[in-house]
Ligand binder design. Structure first.
Ligand code: ATP
Length: 334
């Protein structure tokens, strides 16, 4: 089977971008013939950005409940919390010892931090942790540990998959063919959603619309999306509008075409936002009920996660690390 891996960082409340960009397409492809899916809650990754234990825990529960509410079947896929698989961190070290530091210097997230420091007149590495710098190695471990073939990502993540290939290839070259090199799969048809302020919707930017915001909060947030000041009746450029980008991610082709015409005809912003609210709420509200019910049963979620990780360690992670330890010359733990 083709192994497909998708993770969401447990750094905050899951939002519409996570749903459209990760949860919805990943669940759809997990149902396809011949797919073996790995869905994980990236809590080791969260520590790079969030040093608030309550927030990480809350986010873990919310993201797990979101996957389940959206139809993930824990018996049919691998569903686990990253830190329940400590072999991930051990593999991270093995890969760290073959990863070129020069390659990590070029990683986007690290370079962006350096650029910000330069603009602020600080040292290049001011407030940059080794965790941020090493983030691509941890991500390579997530992928290579389970020999995932495909990691569907947005354009901004291509570089990380290429790094995972590079580290895997170096390891294979030194120690034998242990790793499958993952393919970069760009999901062209999957949209990147803008947030309330027009930048990419992201937990890090505090510009998100929570996937399961209660209905009234959803309405308020949608009405707070930043728009230009064009008056009702004035033609509007659909492609340039955040409201339209969001609408398109939830609407059929026909509905989208009708909305594009309404934009040209000068739909009022209030009316466009009301249509957007109704469209999103129609898709999300049956899922929201399941989500709320799951959130009231955290022990059950915890049980599902532990069970998933336990089976996955036994089946893949522990035997894989045993082989890798042997390959590099470390003691056999068995
Ligand atoms: P963080 O700021 O902590 O990185 P994030 O909200 O940007 O969080 P991630 O947890 O890094 O999201 O990403 C999880 C998944 O959600 C990835 O597959 C990513 O491509 C997808 N995703 C995140 N934001 C968006 C967005 N605005 N539009 C579409 N997909 C998104």
């Amino acid at each position: 089977p083709t192994r497909i891996l998708t993770g969401i960082t447990t750094s905050g409340t899951p939002h519409l971008g996570n749903y459209v960009g990760a949860i919805r397409p990943a669940i759809a492809s997990s149902r396809a013939e011949g797919a073996e899916s790995f869905f994980f809650l990236a809590d080791y990754h969260a520590l790079i950005k969030v040093q608030d234990p309550a927030r990480v825990q809350r986010s873990t529960l919310e993201i797990a409940a979101s996957w389940l509410a959206c139809g993930l079947q824990p018996e049919d896929v691998w569903f686990y919390r990253q830190s329940d698989i400590p072999e991930t961190t051990e593999l991270t070290w093995l890969l760290t010892c073959v990863a070129g530091k020069g390659i990590l210097n070029r990683a986007h997230a690290y370079k962006a931090a350096v650029d910000r420091n330069r603009e602020a007149g600080e040292d290049d590495d001011a407030a940059v942790t080794a965790g941020l710098f090493m983030y691509p190695v941890l991500m390579a471990a997530d992928i290579l540990l389970f020999n995932a073939h495909k990691v569907p990502v947005g354009r901004d993540q291509i570089q990380h998959i290429e790094m995972a290939r590079d580290f895997g290839q170096r390891f294979n070259h030194l120690y034998g063919e242990h790793f499958v090199l993952p393919e970069v799969v760009i999901e062209e048809q999957v949209a990147t959603l803008p947030g309330l302020d027009g930048r990419k919707m992201s937990k890090s930017y505090d510009n998100t619309i929570p996937l399961f915001a209660p209905r009234e909060e959803l309405r308020k947030l949608i009405y707070s999306i930043v728009t230009d000041s064009s008056a009702p009746g004035e033609p509007k450029d659909a492609e340039a509008s955040n409201v339209f980008q969001l609408y398109r991610a939830f609407a059929s082709v026909e509905e989208t075409a009708r909305m594009r015409e309404a934009f040209s005809a000068g739909i009022a912003w209030g009316e466009a936002k009301q249509a957007l609210f109704e469209r999103i709420d129609a898709e999300v509200s049956p899922l929201r009920e399941r989500y709320e019910s799951l959130m009231s049963r955290p022990a059950e979620i915890e049980r599902i996660l532990r069970d998933g990780a336990g089976r996955l360690r036994e089946r893949h992670a522990i035997p894989t690390l045993r082989r890798l330890r042997d390959a590099v010359g470390l003691r056999d733990l068995s």
